[in-house]
Write a protein that binds this ligand. Sequence first.
Ligand code: G3P
Ligand code: MG
Length: 251
Amino acid sequence: MQNQAISPTPLPFVVAHRGASGNAPENTLAAIRHAAELGCGWVEVDGTVTADARAVLHHDDQLDRCSDGSGLLLAQRLETLRTLDFGQWFDDRFLGERIPTVAECGLLCEELHLGCNLEIKVVDGWEEPTALAVCESVRNHWPKSTPLLFSSFNQAALLVAKQLLPQVPRAYLATVTPQEWQYVLEYTGSSALHCGDNACLRRSVIQKVIEAGYPVRVYTVDDPQRAAELKDWGVEAIFTNYPARMTGLGA
Ligand code: G3P
Ligand code: MG
């Protein structure tokens, strides 16, 4: 079957993971700003949903690791989440950093001329509402000229995005590339494979995926030597917490 998925313009080799999250609190506007300061052209962030169906940036189901709140993010309304601090856990310099909405992320990317890989980060059992909220926010607020790419580990979320916003390219995320990768890419209408850098990652598989017409991008790569090796394998982009380490590899 032909790959019918919409392809984004190729990504630069270095993409800032959760913003420049090695140097600023992940998934905050400060981390996105820092990525731009380091010369990145694209950022990856995680989009999820609040109790009142607002799309915000956050990685974990729980609030505890990256804020002064606790418990499930999904159980809180946006106005409550806005009272929490999402910066001080990382460093006192970031005290007062608030949880960003997807809409605010889009506006900042527009201002900084950044492309954005918005990963749809679902809570188990809440896949479709998460994807709906993220897509709704993008539909209503994402700046038209700001490059956007959806990705998700969750196939149901990708299918919601495909149905609601078919013009936004999608990538399928896999910790370990499944044997049936081609079927999943076609089924979800994904134009690229994003896969984890671990002992299961094989050059031969990556080459097959690329030969089938799908760019491969790898997360999370913080070692510049490994990044250079992956580039040699034909990997289009890496997601890194430390873009500054990747000098010369292409931001
Ligand atoms: O999108 C790449 C990467 O962010 C996927 O894993 O857990 O860091 O969101 P995670
Ligand atoms: Mg992510």
